[in-house]
Design a protein around this ligand. Structure first.
Ligand code: FAD
Length: 382
């Protein structure tokens, strides 16, 4: 590989950060461009399963993540009304033994900050919002809204559900509203001390048409988090979320278990997020441009695997570029799609259906997956 060859990753979300770190580790020259002016502790809770921790092992951040995160022994699914257990999915030591790594829950911002430490600081460029792209066939010209531009050999679009690079390849099209929203709140651990209730490490409360997923975001259990899935009529969403309230939560979860009522009572700030979606894309790459993560296959978040798929994409794309070399990026992109499409599409479908772990089932196909030991399928096998 020539030292002159350059890769641009657009978007420093969890997928883009993983791509930049893994490609740099593999010896590629990579720059990461992010529209936000600086890093901030964005988002709230996130699950990271053993399928992702095995990738973080390669990046060198598995142990620090384990040190900061919460380690649930089970994913419980419970009936919202009676409290009965619908499933008890073993994690903890079982996950380490059976799936080859830990299962953790953490704050998304803390995870992202950790991921950024694995990227060469001089290669991270904040305040760079991609405005336009020109692929001449021999290089790609990227123009940013601040008037700057750069020329690179290939571009990785990790720029999320409203991806500029997806738009460049496939034309403008707003994501579709799924008909569901997610209410989200972080609760200080000390708020819960007054209740004589058991706040479990990782539990999803279910009723017929809605749910509430609840878990800790730190190993110290000083931050508890919930995220709902609730049917909601469409409205003109401006921005990625709007304020919600305890009153709206009480109404949406009126018949739910006392544990859930206590959580609502303890919520200081609730936000409401439209859950957006796209149909599977007809292509994942064209010319010198390739997509990953939500830019490529966004999904409703009910399986807690959206970011995991973005990170797996990053790892597989790196593996394919290592296999072919950057000069043969075209073969690498085809190989990448062949080795990702089936799995990402399956996860997208199950996540959208919101059935995962509602009843006792074996999640080994998700958590046991080891991207590095999986033999590469040929590029024609998609
Ligand atoms: P993003 O995280 O969206 O990152 C895209 C980045 O690109 C952003 O930083 C953005 O600022 C930047 N960008 C956008 N446009 C430009 C531009 N023009 N120029 C430069 N930069 C740009 N997933 C899990 O794995 N586990 C979970 O528990 C989980 N819970 C979730 C809960 C909710 C309520 C939601 C909505 C999602 C959840 N997900 C979860 C899904 C997960 O958040 C996404 O799938 C994941 O963040 C996608 O990562 P990404 O890197 O592809 O995109």
């Amino acid at each position: 590989m020539s030292s002159q060859q350059k890769i641009a990753v657009i978007g420093a979300g969890l997928g883009g950060a993983a791509a930049a770190a893994l490609l740099q580790k593999a010896g590629f020259q990579v720059d990461l461009y992010e529209q936000s002016p600086s890093f901030s502790r964005l988002g709230a809770g996130i699950h990271m399963g053993p399928n992702v921790l095995k990738i973080f092992r390669q990046i060198g951040i598995e142990k620090p993540l384990e040190a900061m995160a919460s380690h649930p022994d089970f994913w419980f699914s419970r009936d919202a009304d009676t409290g009965d257990y619908l499933s008890r999915i073993p994690l903890g030591q079982f996950a380490r033994r059976e799936y080859g790594a830990a299962y953790v829950t953490v704050h998304r911002g803390d995870l992202q900050a950790l991921q950024m430490t694995a990227i060469k600081p001089e290669s991270i460029h904040f305040g760079k919002c991609l405005q336009s792209v020109e692929d001449s066939g021999s290089e790609v010209l990227l123009r940013f809204t601040d008037g700057s531009e750069t020329r690179v050999d290939i571009v990785i679009g990790a720029d999320g559900i409203n991806s500029k690079l997806r738009e460049h390849l496939l034309g403008p099209e707003a994501p579709s509203y799924s008909g569901w929203v997610a209410h989200r709140a972080l609760i200080r651990g000390e708020q819960l001390a007054k209740y004589n209730l058991n706040f479990e490490d990782c539990v999803k409360w279910w009723s017929e048409d809605r749910h509430l997923m609840v878990y800790y975001t730190t190993g110290k259990r000083d931050e508890y988090y919930y995220v709902s899935g609730v049917p909601h009529p469409a409205w003109d969403f401006q921005g990625s979320f709007v304020p919600s309230s305890r009153e709206e939560m009480y109404e949406a979860f009126a018949n739910y278990h006392p544990v859930v009522q206590a959580l609502i009572e303890s919520s200081e700030q609730v936000t409401k997020w439209p859950l957006l979606n796209r149909k599977p894309l007809p292509l994942w790459s064209e010319g010198r441009i390739v997509l990953l993560g939500d830019a490529c296959h966004p999904m409703k978040p009910h399986m807690a695997q959206g970011a995991a798929m973005a990170i797996e994409d990053a790892a597989m794309l790196t593996r394919c570029l290592q296999e072919t070399g950057l000069n043969d990026y075209s073969t690498a992109f085809k190989l990448y799609e062949s080795n990702r499409k089936e799995r990402a599409s399956r996860v997208q479908a199950v996540s959208n259906a919101n059935t995962f772990l509602r009843t006792q089932e074996d999640p080994a196909w998700v958590y046991g997956y080891d991207l590095y030991s999986h033999p590469l399928k040929s590029e024609n096998a998609a």
